[in-house]
Design a protein. Structure first.
Lengths: 174, 209
């Protein structure tokens, strides 16, 4: 049975933003891609949230670790290519120190992605995640997205580790 | 006797220990940056990097944003800075006044054995200013460090102090364990960071202040 909130969920990126607000995320750190651009503008306009625009995803990861160390619930919004390029920081900082971080990751290079130069990154993404022990899941497009974000955030906290939720275009592109 | 020798890391650290502002949080880079600081001035409010070269400054930025009412002091080396120079731009853009960065400029990758840097003679203060950090200066004497730290109180924006330093490649043995998870828990307890309150079926939240 779905709740009324889930039934009313029609615009999935709005539901993602609402979930972040409801769960008390105070800081979002990001390196954007074309799918993430607009939701980042919305986050930047939220009075209770701070958006940090980093220059590189490994740097973004470290900023997020520092923010969480300082007691603020923190999410990373990056493309999957960015997770591929933050491997050292992931294992030697975020995982080593057991920082609970929610990672919302645009999953480029799947068959649903019309920009086909992303395919090499799409092919590598899940094998690399498994290789570095990064807990992750793909969103289910047939289920409300808000609860999926909440479950990913809960996993990160309960397991004291980063958790990557791989998101489709309809989930995150405003 | 007149000498051209640069100060040692220990000289700078003694000056830092003597001029730490109340409630300061200190983040130190890997290697002797952490080992020596732990030996000279261990405190729960220290966050020691074990590895993750180049990520001290971005972590300190996140911490400074999360703890705006506490001074945050980050100690980073020139080699590690070069690995993630983009972090200076992000720091310049966010520009938290409570963040002071001490850059140890010794011209080598000291933590990995003293290998020469790609460019050991950059003007790092000028680099910081070009990255949007208005308050950046090169310091040659540890005696100037106290004034630089004290200036943070009235400063609008991040401060960067570049410290000319003699390389120290001999590894200091810290007197305490630098276990990463213990470091994190000790630090978060010291600053009374809100704990995560789990719930049986999801939707857990951090404690409300």
């Amino acid at each position: 049975m779905t709740t009324s909130a889930e039934t009313l969920e029609t615009h999935r990126p709005s539901a993602v933003l609402n979930a972040l607000k409801r769960l008390g995320f105070g800081t979002v750190v990001s390196v954007p891609d074309s799918w993430l651009g607009e939701i980042l503008i919305r986050i930047d306009q939220e009075p209770g949230m701070t958006l940090v625009r980093a220059t590189h995803e490994e740097e973004a990861l470290a900023i997020a670790c520092g923010s969480r160390l300082g007691g603020v619930r923190t999410a990373l919004l990056v493309q999957n290519a960015g997770v591929l390029s933050m491997g050292a920081g992931m294992v030697s900082l975020a995982q080593r120190y057991q920082f609970p971080l929610l990672m919302l990751v645009s999953y480029r290079g799947t068959p649903d992605d019309a920009v086909f130069y992303h395919v090499p990154k799409g092919r590598a993404t899940e094998p690399v995640f498994r290789g570095i022990g990064l807990a992750h899941a793909c969103t289910d497009r047939y289920r409300p997205i808000g609860p999926q974000v909440e479950h990913a955030a809960t996993y990160a906290e309960e397991a004291s580790c980063p958790f990557a939720l791989l998101m489709g275009r309809e989930d995150i592109q405003w | 006797m007149v000498t051209n020798a640069r100060p040692t890391r220990a000289d700078h650290y003694r000056a830092l220990a003597g001029s730490l502002p109340p409630r300061a949080l200190v983040v130190t880079s890997l290697g002797n940056a952490s080992y020596l600081w732990a030996s000279l001035h261990h405190a729960p409010e220290n966050f020691y990097f074990e590895d993750a070269m180049g990520l001290t400054l971005p972590l300190a930025l996140g911490l400074a944003i999360a703890q705006p009412d506490r001074p945050v002091i980050a100690v980073e080396g020139d080699g590690a800075l070069l690995m993630h120079m983009g972090a200076l731009v992000t720091i310049g853009a966010m520009n938290p006044s409570n963040l002071t960065i001490l850059l140890i400029q010794n011209g080598v990758h000291a933590a990995s054995g003293g290998q020469t840097l790609t460019n050991a003679t950059l003007d790092l203060a000028q680099l910081a200013r070009a990255s949007g950090i208005k308050h950046a200066e090169n310091l040659n004497a540890p005696s100037a460090l106290a004034a630089g730290i004290a200036a943070a109180e009235k400063r609008d924006g991040v401060g960067v102090l570049v410290l000319a330093t003699e390389p120290d490649v001999e590894v200091v043995r810290p007197s305490i364990s630098l276990d990463p998870v213990a470091t994190k828990h000790r630090f978060m307890a010291a600053i009374e960071a809100p704990r995560y309150i789990p719930t049986m079926f999801g939707g857990g939240m951090l404690e409300q202040p």
